[in-house]
Write a protein that binds this ligand. Structure first.
Ligand SMILES: C[S@@+](CC[C@H](N)C(=O)[O-])C[C@H]1O[C@@H](n2cnc3c(N)ncnc32)[C@H](O)[C@@H]1O
Length: 467
C-alpha cells in the first residue's frame, strides 16, 4: 500500500488532529498509520490510484493549516537497523559496518525510484532529516553530525555509479551542523531551489518509533503567500490577531468539506478579519461582524486588498456581509438557522506584557469575558443550523502566582445545548510508547495553542449545536 509522509507544523498535536479530521471527513479519505512529533504517515483509501494524484496532494496541502510538506514514501528502514548503524556510543564496529551496508542497499533501490533516469543527467538533491523530536540528543549528536553526511555521500556515490553526469547536494550551513541545531530545509528553500522539478528532489528521512520513512517531497506550504497576507495587509494588529495557520485549522474543524462555496459561515468577533480573509481563500461564503466600527472598516479594506493581490474580482457585496454588530444582537440581524458554521476568536481581554495577578483575571473573566461567551452561545443557538459547528478559541491566562485561569466554556455551551466534539478521536490514532506522543485521556478533547512562556494561551474548542 502506498504511503505518504506529511511534515507537521510546530504544534504537532494540533497538526495530527487536523490531519486525522481531514482524512476522515473530506474527500481525501485515509488514515494516519504512524507518526512522531514531526511527521505523520498516511495511507489513503483511493487518492494514490488517481494518475494525477499530485494535483490532489496540492489541493490537500492548500486546504490544511498544519502541514508543511507532503512527500511520497519510497522505502523504510527499521529502527533497530538505524540504531545499530548509528549508535549513540560507538563500540561494536562490525555491527555498525554491517548495518550501514544494509542501509546503503535500501538507498540504492529507492534512489532509482526517486530519479527514474539517472544516466547522463545533472542531478541535485537535498536531504532533510525529521527526527522524532527536534530536541532529541540522538538528533543533535548523531543524526545531524553522522547520519546526514553519510546520506549525502552515499547518495552521491549511487548517482555517480549509475551514470549521472553531475550530482550535487544542498549544503546546510556548517555552524548549524556543528551546534546540532539543524532545521530541515524550509519550504521557501524548496521553492527557491526548484526541488519539485525533474532531476531535482528533496529526500526526506522521517523518523518515528518504528523506523525511518524515506520519501520524496511533492508539495509544500507556500509560507510567503500566507506571510504576505498576514503582514502586508493594510490593517493588522499582531497582539490580538490569530495566525493564518490556526485560522485555517479552525475552519477545517467546521467540518464543511463538501460544496464549500455554498456554505455560509460567520465570524462575530472578526477584528481585522484574519478568519474572513482565509475563509475567502478556502472558498467559503463568509460573513463577519464586530461591535467596533473601525474594525469592520479595517476588515473590508483588508478584503479589498486581498482580492486585488489575487487579481480577482470582489465576489461579494462587502457592505452586506461585514457589519457593525454587538454579539448579543446577532439574531436581530440574521434569520434563524441561517449559518452552516461559526468560527471565531472572541475577545481575549487586554494585552498583558507581564503576568497579571490572579484577582485581576478573576475579575476580568467574571465581569466581562463570561458574558461575551454567554451571548455568543445564546445567539449561535438561534442563527446556526442544527448539528452544525461552532469553532472557537478561549484564553488561558498565566498569572503571577503561577496559576492558570480560564473561562469555563463547556459549562456555558451546555446551557445552550451545544456538545463538545473532541478534537482527537483516540480510536483512530495508533498507539505510541513514548508518553510525549500519546493522545489518551480527556486532555485532547480541546487543544492548546501556545508558545513557551506565553501569558495568554489559546485553547481551541469544537462544539456542535443540538436541535
Ligand atoms: C481578539 S479580537 C479578534 C481578532 C481577530 N481574530 C483578528 O485576527 O483580527 C476580538 C474582537 O472582538 C470585538 N468585540 C469585543 N466585544 C464584542 C462584542 N460584545 N460584540 C462584538 N464584537 C466584540 C473586538 O472589537 C475585537 O475586534
Amino acid at each position: 500500500m502506498d504511503k505518504f509522509l506529511f511534515v507537521l507544523g510546530s504544534n504537532f498535536q494540533l497538526s495530527i488532529a487536523e490531519l486525522d479530521h481531514v482524512l476522515r471527513h473530506s474527500r481525501f479519505k485515509g488514515r494516519i498509520v504512524d507518526y512522531s512529533a514531526t511527521i505523520g504517515v498516511v495511507e489513503f483509501e483511493k487518492l494514490h490510484e488517481n494518475e494525477f494524484y499530485v494535483d490532489d496532494l496540492m489541493e490537500l496541502q492548500f486546504m490544511m493549516g498544519g502541514c508543511q510538506k507532503i512527500a511520497k514514501v519510497y522505502d523504510f528502514i527499521p529502527i533497530n537497523m538505524v540504531k545499530d548503524a548509528f549508535p549513540l556510543v560507538m563500540d561494536k564496529y562490525k555491527i555498525v559496518e554491517k548495518n550501514r551496508t544494509k542501509i546503503q542497499k535500501i538507498l540504492e533501490n529507492c534512489i532509482e525510484e526517486i530519479f527514474p533516469t539517472i544516466k547522463n543527467r545533472n542531478i541535485f538533491y537535498a536531504v532533510s532529516i525529521y527526527p522524532e523530536f527536534y530536541d532529541d540528543e540522538y538528533y543533535s549528536r548523531i543524526l545531524v553530525k553522522h547520519f546526514l553526511p553519510f546520506l549525502n555521500k552515499k547518495i552521491m556515490e549511487i548517482l555517480k555509479e549509475k551514470g549521472a553526469s553531475k550530482a550535487l547536494y544542498y549544503k546546510y550551513p556548517e555552524e548549524y551542523i556543528e551546534k546540532g541545531t539543524l532545521n530541515p530545509i524550509f519550504p521557501h528553500i524548496l521553492i527557491k531551489y526548484r526541488l519539485f522539478e525533474e532531476d531535482r528532489a528533496e529526500i526526506i528521512f522521517g523518523f518515528t518509533e518504528e523506523g525511518i520513512y524515506i520519501a520524496r517531497t511533492f508539495t509544500c506550504d507556500n509560507p510567503n503567500f500566507k506571510k504576505k497576507i498576514d503582514e502586508e495587509r493594510p490593517h493588522k494588529d499582531f497582539k490580538s490577531s490569530i495566525s493564518p495557520k490556526l485560522a485555517i485549522i479552525m475552519l477545517n474543524f467546521l467540518n464543511l468539506f463538501h460544496e464549500r462555496e455554498t456554505k455560509k459561515i460567520l465570524d462575530p468577533f472578526m477584528g481585522n478579519g484574519t478568519i474572513p480573509m482565509f475563509s475567502i481563500l478556502e472558498d467559503f461564503q463568509v460573513y463577519g461582524t464586530d461591535k467596533n466600527l473601525e474594525k469592520v472598516n479595517n476588515t473590508k479594506r483588508n478584503i479589498q486588498w486581498l482580492m486585488t493581490e489575487l487579481e480577482e474580482e470582489l465576489p461579494i457585496n462587502l457592505d452586506e456581509k461585514f457589519l457593525q454588530l454587538d454579539v448579543k444582537d446577532l439574531s436581530k440581524h440574521f434569520p434563524s438557522n441561517f449559518f452552516d458554521g461559526i468560527c471565531t476568536e472572541p475577545e481575549l481581554g487586554p494585552f498583558f506584557t507581564t503576568e497579571p495577578f490572579r484577582e485581576e483575571i478573576k475579575e476580568l473573566i467574571e465581569n466581562d469575558l463570561n458574558q461575551k461567551y454567554e451571548y455568543l452561545f445564546k445567539e449561535a443557538q438561534k442563527i446556526l443550523k442544527n448539528n452544525h459547528r461552532l469553532v472557537i478559541t478561549s484564553p488561558i491566562f498565566a498569572t503571577i502566582e503561577g496559576k492558570h485561569l480560564q473561562i469555563n466554556v463547556e459549562n456555558i455551551a451546555r446551557k445552550y445545548n451545544f456538545t463538545l466534539i473532541p478534537m482527537i478521536d483516540t480510536n483512530r490514532i495508533v498507539n505510541k510508547s513514548d508518553k510525549r506522543l500519546q493522545f489518551q485521556g480527556a486532555k485532547f478533547r480541546t487543544i492548546i495553542d501556545a508558545k513557551k512562556e506565553q501569558i495568554i494561551m489559546r485553547k481551541i474548542h469544537v462544539f456542535e449545536k443540538r436541535g
